[in-house]
Design a protein around this ligand. Structure first.
Ligand code: OOG
Ligand code: MG
Length: 262
């Protein structure tokens, strides 16, 4: 760790305020170039503590930058992990108010719901599938607090990996009812397909992203709790949205899930 406890607390407060006020900021590594990975996750943890202090509940976790399309779009090379709190959850077909966000984008994802906790190290796809109750379509709304969505990995980790809203829905399936590598997805905006892909775009198999998350948490003495929803990461590039947009994700054999921006 290269940052003092006071600096970590101050950066957490700053990013938390940016999110709450829908205001952007230059990426924090501009001012703190020595920030390391532990500092970045410590800032994310301090933001989580602020949410919990306001009465929020953690309802899930997310992996991000798990596909080449996303890594290329953002110019980075390593997956990152964040948390999902109750206020991020949008009901199926529900509304997202763009006035509460800075510059939202949507991502097509496969969501996992676990029946057993998962703990690394050594977690692999097989362990993930054994622990998975069901998978379902999910749309993540990301909203980097950084100006023009420009960041490096440490800045985006500190900013809880741009998490802001998500919706899950459609037809849940047991993991043995489909091949998550070949499952096809189409993301539509206002009825037009804007992105398409297949599950294997995420690390060869979306369950690999969940295994990486379990191994990441295991190294910090934590686990993925049973019952959590986990977003495995955008299969395609993220797509910018504006008020009035209707977004629908169709996943082969799993129906569709949608939300509206107002
Ligand atoms: C970081 C979060 C990326 C994903 O699914 O790849 C992410 C960002 O691109 O702002 O959630
Ligand atoms: Mg995502």
């Amino acid at each position: 760790m290269n940052l003092s406890a006071a600096t970590i607390a101050q950066l957490a407060e700053h990013l938390d305020n940016c999110q709450r006020n829908a205001q952007d900021t230059p990426k924090i590594t501009d001012q703190y170039p020595d920030m390391d990975w532990d500092d970045a996750y410590a800032i994310q943890d301090a933001i989580l503590a602020r949410h919990l202090g306001r009465g929020a509940r953690v309802i899930g976790l997310k992996a991000g930058l798990t596909s080449h399309a996303k890594m290329k779009q953002m110019g980075v090379e390593t997956p990152v992990f964040g948390f999902l709190v109750d206020e991020y959850s949008v009901s199926e077909g529900g509304e997202v108010k763009v006035s509460e966000l800075i510059h939202p984008k949507v991502e097509p994802e496969i969501a996992f719901v676990l029946k057993h906790a998962l703990r690394g190290p050594g977690c692999h796809i097989g362990a993930v599938l054994a622990a998975t109750d069901f998978v379902m379509p999910g749309i993540e709304v990301i909203d980097s607090r950084y100006r023009d969505f420009k960041f490096d990995l440490k800045s985006v980790v500190a900013d809880n990996t741009s998490a802001s809203r998500f919706v899950v829905g459609g037809q849940p399936l047991r993991p043995n009812q489909l091949d998550l590598r070949t499952v096809g997805i189409v993301l539509e905006k206002n009825g037009e397909p804007v992105a398409l892909g297949a599950g294997a775009a995420v690390l060869g198999h979306p369950a690999a992203a969940i295994a990486m998350l379990a191994n990441h948490l295991g190294a910090r003495g934590q686990e993925i709790p049973a019952g959590s929803v986990i977003l495995s990461g955008g299969i395609t590039e993220a797509v910018a949205v504006a008020a009035g947009d209707n977004v629908c994700l169709r996943v082969q054999g799993m129906g569709s899930v949608s939300l509206r921006f107002v």
